[in-house]
Design a binder for this molecule. Structure first.
Ligand code: UD1
Length: 333
């Protein structure tokens, strides 16, 4: 029996495939490579020393799903495949709703049809928006501030309703800010376009591919005026998916968990830590706040600790060292 990982060639997906393999599970990847490099598959195969099956296709395409479920013995699903740009979702909301929710509906229906008992859904802390002061718990109000965030919250709700009407159980994992890479340096964040996130941009400056980092906002009410986030190592997130699949769950139930470290770091603190890890200073300049950004966000991860037995284990220095290790190898290619 195998775990189907949609979006398994992407950033968190590929690390989760590695963690599932380490935990002794067989994996089938389904990916359309719209925002993942094909070379990621070669890297995952060499990392896991296995010829794990990869199906190229859209997780919302019923014919593709039939072929995957008919061709493999699937006993659990981890669903990552989704479009994930906040800005793009504002300019193309219908595209985001169609794609992100179409795949949730088609995949859940196919899994339920085949009697698959477990599904884990890749959600995001973006579902909280700025409605609550941190730390946020899973019971904090959910007020997404973009169509992308809405698709994550609606995805959770659709899956909870589908679980309640079937024998399947569903776990939604709300990630805070994923950073880092596999310690081998073989897999990491390798998006097709220009990165928008902080750490990939810092790595571009360090590698000489960008002159300086723009720090978006210096007038927040934080210790140094810059915005604060809960950065969590992607390997910790990956292990959170294994813990979620292993956790005992009642059929027809659903549960939501925060995955973060439980503490926050400002942009300037990240810059300082990155300079230390990389061994050179990172040029930066203060800039205007980025529209849509919130001041501070970090997680309360008590529920994941108590119910999944999961806690983030890797610190910020490890996240940045592993991220840099991968980025340096990519930029020398
Ligand atoms: C973003 C997404 C969020 C997604 C998350 C993880 C937005 C509004 N939110 O969160 O939905 O789940 O990524 O992929 O896009 N920063 C700079 N300079 C830069 C880039 C970022 O100062 O060049 C700052 C930002 O203003 C922010 C912090 O760094 O305060 C983190 O930014 P980023 O990595 O983009 O993550 P989020 O905005 O938290």
């Amino acid at each position: 029996m195998a775990t189907l990982v949609t979006g398994g060639a992407g950033y968190i997906g590929s690390h989760t495939v590695a963690a599932l393999h380490d935990a002794g599970r067989d994996v089938v990847i389904l990916d359309d490579f719209s925002n993942a490099a094909r070379r990621a598959v070669d890297s995952i195969r060499s990392l896991t020393r296995s010829d794990l099956p990869v199906v190229e296709g859209d997780a919302g395409d019923l014919e593709v799903l039939d072929a995957v479920f008919d061709g493999h013995r699937i006993d659990s699903v981890v669903h990552f495949a989704a479009r994930k740009s906040v800005a793009e979702s504002v300019s193309d909301p219908l595209g985001y709703y169609r794609s992100n929710l179409g795949s949730v509906i088609s995949l859940a229906a196919a899994a339920i049809d085949r009697g698959v008992p477990r599904l884990v859904f890749s959600s995001s802390a973006t579902v909280y928006g700025s409605a609550s002061a941190p730390p946020v718990t899973e019971d904090s109000p959910t007020v997404p501030e973009s169509p992308y965030g809405e698709t994550k919250l609606m995805g959770e709700r659709i899956l909870a309703d589908a679980a309640a009407a079937s024998e399947m159980s569903v776990t939604s994992l709300r990630y805070f800010n994923p950073v880092g890479a596999h310690p081998s340096g073989l897999i990491g964040e390798d998006p097709s376009g220009e990165p928008a996130n902080l750490v990939p941009r810092i790595m571009q400056v360090a590698a000489g591919r960008r002159d300086r980092l723009e720090v978006f906002g210096a007038d927040y009410s934080t210790v140094d005026g810059t915005a604060l986030r809960d950065y969590v190592h992607v390997m910790d997130l990956a292990e959170g998916h294994v813990a979620a699949l292993d956790a005992a769950m009642t059929p027809a139930s659903s549960r939501v968990y925060n995955l973060g470290t439980g503490s926050g770091t400002t942009v300037l603190q990240i810059l300082g830590a990155a300079s230390e890890v990389i061994g050179s200073s990172i040029p930066y300049e203060m800039a205007e706040r980025r529209p849509g950004d919130i001041e501070a966000s970090w997680a309360d991860c008590t529920r994941a600790r108590d119910e999944l037995g999961w806690q983030a284990r890797r610190d910020l220095a490890q996240m940045l060292a592993d991220h840099w290790n991968f980025a340096r190898q990519q930029s020398s290619c």
